[in-house]
Design a protein around this ligand. Structure first.
Ligand code: ATP
Ligand code: MG
Length: 566
């Protein structure tokens, strides 16, 4: 590719709308352009990278027995009604009607379609296991599309679905994908960590997320440095903490004028937040919920939702809190009626605790959960924190931020039961197929790769996904000998499979070097007077900065060898 021809309109300035590095650099390197919030055009450089990522994914999926197909983006509402997801999916689903007024959506995911495909044609256990996948645009009308390609409303995903005859066979398929995902991200040059994404109620963990560790990551993850436990914070299991040994005292009220937050009450009463009950009021689609955690803890809303089996969990308004007979800042579980109370395990072990009195400017002292109020449910509903004991080995856990690039999930028979996708087993008995689903965000992987590989000058592509391997920069395009030699190198390298850009533009070398660093080609080859006078080519690694002076005798092999080391 000649740079004079390459459509990669680079920008000098960082666009103001871009908050994270990958978004800034993709705009500056002329890789993407925005069409609407969360919807982008992939310009030639980005498209080349995406195709390389896709091919790595294809090879690894095929190696495990996956077969590629392509499903429709436009999906009929009926299938989604059958699984009950037409209503559940909510505003995240892009919906449309055809000319006859029938409902359709743009596929946010493809369980409904693929299960219908398998249902139609799979009859016998002999046709299983089956692994089908596609690489295609997905549509999700995210509340907050942001960070460029990180959270788009239209994005590219690889989604594979496995169909098996039983739980053990599903586990085999799952482990194949677990292994393949590790390979995909390693081959893309990413440092990635699988984390547990679910507590694994049924026979071991049923879901893992693959996280690229990066400061800008939207997901918080927790990991143990002693054992290999790692989990998404939302999903991390927690052991109840030690109970205080103390005789329970008599319940009493205390005036706390305008003292509302945990920190304020703690300071005012000189009591540790660890001895306080934090009460958070929520409105669900069914009822009003009080979630109780210890004063020094935070509520894990994902767990509360799962425990209560509700779809909506929003903080209750001031009015709602009034309606149930309480006041923001002074709310507590004692004496409140018409609310569902869910308490964290650790709260139920408190003795002589402090909580709001449901009266303006008052708190209660010596609250003893089992004596003073009744809860609908006691469960693990708090967020894990740095230094909490590891649920596996008890050592203090650490926190990090991650970008979720992949997600694997045991669906079991959720969709096959809903859509009656059955097969006949060895004994001629009809059974629902046991399914798994496995996604990789292709466009998000490209963005995540930049978050892990950049410096102040621009992107540093890992070789396997770099748009081109090398760029040739002639010092003077007026110098015929230089240009002739640069042309020769360009031809020879491309012929040898080293994808090379020839920067033949009528620009100063400084401009070309800046663009080369910004776009992030792994190798930069300078063709100047040295080549002509001494027969030596200068090659520089974008990542390490190492410069090699390569003799022109066998430069193709030498550059090829250098490329393996950068
Ligand atoms: P998130 O929690 O980030 O919203 P998700 O749980 O909704 O992700 P899945 O439905 O499991 O994601 O989708 C599989 C993969 O698709 C994710 O691991 C991620 O890499 C990618 N992905 C999901 N949503 C988006 C998006 N809005 N933009 C880009 N990639 C996405
Ligand atoms: Mg999502």
């Amino acid at each position: 590719m000649r740079a004079s021809h390459l459509y990669a309109p680079t920008l000098r300035e960082t666009p103001a709308e871009a908050e994270v590095v990958s978004h800034q650099l993709m705009l500056r390197a002329g890789m993407i352009r925005k069409a609407a919030g969360g919807i982008y055009t992939y310009l030639p450089l980005a498209w080349k990278i995406l195709k390389k990522i896709e091919n790595i994914i294809r090879e690894e999926m095929d190696a495990k027995g996956g077969q590629e197909l392509l499903m429709p983006i436009v999906q009929p509402a009926e299938l989604w009604t059958e699984t009950g997801r037409w209503d559940v999916y909510g505003d995240e689903m892009f919906r449309l009607k055809d000319r006859h007024g029938r409902d359709f959506c743009l596929g946010p995911t493809h369980e409904e379609i693929i299960t219908t495909v398998a249902k139609t044609d799979v009859r016998s256990y002999r046709q299983l296991p089956l692994m089908l996948y596609q690489i295609q645009n997905k549509y999700r009308d995210e509340i907050r599309p942001r960070f460029g390609l990180m959270r788009g409303r239209e994005f590219i995903m690889k989604d594979l679905y496995s169909f098996d005859r039983n739980e053990e066979a599903l586990h085999d398929s799952y482990m194949k994908m677990y292994d393949a995902y590790g390979k995909v991200f390693e081959r893309c040059g990413l440092i990635c960590r699988p984390v547990e994404a679910d507590s694994g109620a049924i026979g071991g963990s049923g879901s893992h997320e693959f996280m690229v560790i990066a400061e800008s990551g939207e997901a918080a993850i927790v990991y143990c440095s002693e054992c290999d436990y790692a989990a998404n914070v939302e999903k991390a299991e927690l052991l109840p903490l030690e109970a205080v040994e103390e005789a329970s005292k008599q319940l009493s009220a205390v005036n706390t004028p305008a003292v509302k937050t945990i920190a304020e009450v703690s300071a005012y009463l000189n009591i540790d937040p660890e001895r306080m009950i934090k009460t958070v009021a929520y409105q669900t689609e069914k009822d009003i919920v009080l979630a109780l955690v210890r004063g020094d803890h935070e509520v894990n809303e994902v767990k509360v939702k799962n425990e209560l089996n509700c779809l909506v969990l929003e903080l209750a308004s001031e009015q709602t809190v009034k309606d149930i007979g309480s006041y923001i800042g002074f709310i507590g579980p004692v004496g409140l009626k018409n609310v569902t109370i869910i308490a964290d395990n650790t709260v139920m072990r408190l003795v002589n605790a402090v909580c709001g009195a449901n009266k303006q400017d008052q708190h209660l002292l010596n609250v003893n959960p089992n004596r003073d109020f009744t809860v609908a449910k006691t469960a693990d509903i708090r967020l894990i924190q740095e230094n909490d004991p590891c649920p596996r080995c008890g050592q203090a856990v650490k926190m990090a931020r991650g970008i979720e690039v992949g997600h694997i999930f045991k669906l079991r028979t959720k969709y096959s039961t809903a859509l009656a996708a059955t097969f006949l087993d060895e004994n001629g008995k009809e059974k629902p197929m046991v399914m798994g689903c496995y996604g990789i965000g292709v466009t998000r992987t490209m963005a995540a790769s930049i978050e892990q590989n950049y410096d102040k000058d621009g992107i540093i592509w890992p070789v396997p996904i770099a748009p081109y391997h090398a760029v040739i920069v002639p010092i003077s395009i007026k110098d015929e000998a230089q240009m002739k030699f640069a042309e020769e190198v360009y031809q020879a390298l491309n012929k040898a499979g080293i994808e090379t850009v020839f920067d033949d533009r009528n620009e100063r070398p400084g401009v070309k070097f800046k663009d080369a660093d910004l776009i992030g080609y792994p190798l930069k080859i300078t063709v100047g007077p040295k080549v002509v006078n001494e027969g030596v080519i200068e090659v520089k690694s974008r990542r390490t900065g190492e410069v090699r002076h390569i003799n022109i005798e066998n430069y193709v092999e030498e550059i090829g060898a250098f490329l393996k080391k950068v």
